[in-house]
Ligand binder design. Structure first.
Ligand code: HEM
Length: 160
């Protein structure tokens, strides 16, 4: 199993460029997401994202799921009215940017990062109040390689 923490350390050598590239690519490829970021302190958002990726990498390497952390993050995004259908754009752009900034990128790393992001998204979405937002879409991270998972607790997100 490849180490996500080592991958993260390689990526974080260029953390500013990484975060700038991610934000730029996300909003240029998915301009419909721009309104969500209106008024957001993008420097803080970049720092938050980098810190979060570090947490995600270390928990994945240790085989633990910080469920409460992911649930709280999901609740925050639900409060921001970010619909589940917008997560695939975020996830696939994140994965593509990670690939771009890790000089030792591999198929195994791609699968490992994709699984970690997928699991994080699944737990985030499971915290959305049922029926409060549009039906979740299919998670598409990477080349459509991820299986669709069911979230039993929340029928509104059954596509995950
Ligand atoms: C893999 C899915 C996602 C992850 C891991 C993630 C991660 C984060 C993190 C760590 C924060 C900072 C939370 C805090 O302040 O404590 C945040 C905030 C935020 N995220 Fe996400 N996010 C995801 C999906 C999305 C999506 C799909 C959108 C919009 C299309 C989005 C837009 C925002 C916005 C607008 C904020 C608030 C920034 C602020 O007001 O400070 N996120 N996200």
């Amino acid at each position: 199993m490849p180490s996500l923490q080592k991958s993260f350390l390689r990526i974080s050598r260029q953390q500013n460029e990484f975060a700038d590239t991610f934000s730029r690519d996300l909003l240029s490829q998915y301009p419909q997401l721009t309104p969500f970021f209106t008024g957001v302190d993008m420097e803080k958002h970049k720092r938050d994202l980098i810190a979060f990726l570090g947490e995600l990498a270390s928990s994945f390497d240790q085989g633990v799921q910080p469920e409460k952390r992911f649930h709280d993050l999901g609740l925050l995004h639900a409060e921001l009215q970010i619909p589940p259908r917008d997560y695939p754009a975020f996830g696939s752009t994140l994965l593509a940017t990670l690939a771009q900034f890790d000089p030792q990128w591999s198929e195994e790393l791609k699968e490992a990062w994709a699984s970690a992001i997928q699991e994080c998204v699944r737990l985030m979405i499971s915290r959305y109040p049922s029926g409060s937002l549009p039906q979740a879409g299919r998670v598409f991270i990477g080349q459509g390689m991820l299986a669709r998972k069911k979230v039993g607790r929340n029928p509104g997100t059954s596509d995950f």
